[in-house]
Design a binder for this molecule. Structure first.
Ligand SMILES: CC(C)(COP(=O)(O)OP(=O)(O)OC[C@H]1O[C@@H](n2cnc3c(N)ncnc32)[C@H](O)[C@@H]1OP(=O)(O)O)[C@@H](O)C(=O)NCCC(=O)NCCS
Length: 175
C-alpha cells in the first residue's frame, strides 16, 4: 500500500510550484472556480465563501490522511494563483488525477505541465497499476493531457454534474 505524509509536499516544474491547498487560498479558489471552469466537471461553483472553506477543510484532512492531496498551482515567477490539481485514492492501485486552471491563464499549456509532473512523481513514489483521468469527450484541451502521456480510453459513461450538466465521461488509464 502507498503510505504518504503530504503535509510538507511540494513539486516544482519549469514554470510552476505545487503546494498543498490551505485556507490562505480561499479567496482565489472562490473567485476563480466559476461556471466558466465547471462546464465539463462534476462539481458546481460555490455560491458562498463558506462552501469553499468547507472544501478546503476537507482538503486539509485528506492531506493528513495521505490518501487525497489537493494542490495549489502557483506561477513561480510572480506567485500568481493559477488553479488546483488533485491526486486521490493515493493508497489504491488506481489513483485518480485531475485539475483546473483559471480561465485567464488558459492557453499556456500549464495543464500538461502540472499533470506530467504529478505523473512522474507518482511513478517514482507510488505503486500503481494505472492512473485514472476522467474527462468529458468534448473537453479538447483536457483530453490532450492524458493523450500526451500515452493514456488510453478504458471505458465511457454518461452522468450528470451537480449543476445538472450532462457529462460524457471518457475514463483514461495512464500507465
Ligand atoms: C484542462 C485545462 C487545465 C487545460 O488548460 P491549459 O493547460 O491552459 O490548456 P491549453 O489551453 O494550453 O490547451 C492545451 C491544448 O489544447 C488545445 N486546445 C485548446 N482549446 C482548444 C479547442 N477549443 N479546440 C481544439 N484544441 C484546443 C491547445 O491548442 C493545446 O494543444 P497542444 O497541446 O497540442 O499544444 C483547462 O482547460 C481547464 O482548467 N479547464 C476547465 C476545468 C476542466 O475542464 N478541467 C479538467 C477536467 S477533466
Amino acid at each position: 500500500m502507498n503510505d504518504f505524509d503530504f503535509t510538507d509536499f511540494s513539486l516544482e516544474t519549469e514554470r510552476l510550484l505545487l503546494v498543498p491547498l490551505s485556507m490562505k487560498y480561499k479567496h482565489n479558489v472562490f473567485r476563480e472556480f466559476n461556471s466558466s471552469i465547471t462546464q465539463y466537471m462534476y462539481p458546481k461553483p460555490p455560491e458562498k465563501i463558506e462552501e469553499t472553506e468547507e472544501y478546503i477543510g476537507i482538503s486539509e484532512k485528506g492531506i493528513k490522511s495521505g490518501d487525497d492531496i489537493r494542490l495549489v498551482i502557483i506561477k513561480k515567477d510572480n506567485n500568481e494563483f493559477l488553479g488546483l490539481a488533485r491526486l486521490h485514492d493515493v493508497k489504491s492501485r488506481t489513483p485518480v488525477i485531475g485539475l483546473w486552471v483559471k480561465k485567464s491563464a488558459h492557453g499556456n499549456a500549464y495543464g500538461k505541465e502540472v499533470i506530467t509532473a504529478m505523473y512522474h512523481w507518482a511513478k517514482e513514489n507510488l505503486e500503481f497499476d494505472y492512473l485514472i483521468y476522467n474527462v468529458d469527450k468534448d473537453n479538447i484541451p483536457s483530453i490532450k493531457i492524458p493523450e500526451s502521456l500515452g493514456g488510453v480510453v478504458a471505458s465511457q459513461k454518461v452522468s450528470k454534474g451537480l449543476a445538472g450538466n450532462t457529462l460524457n465521461i471518457l475514463n483514461y488509464h495512464i500507465k
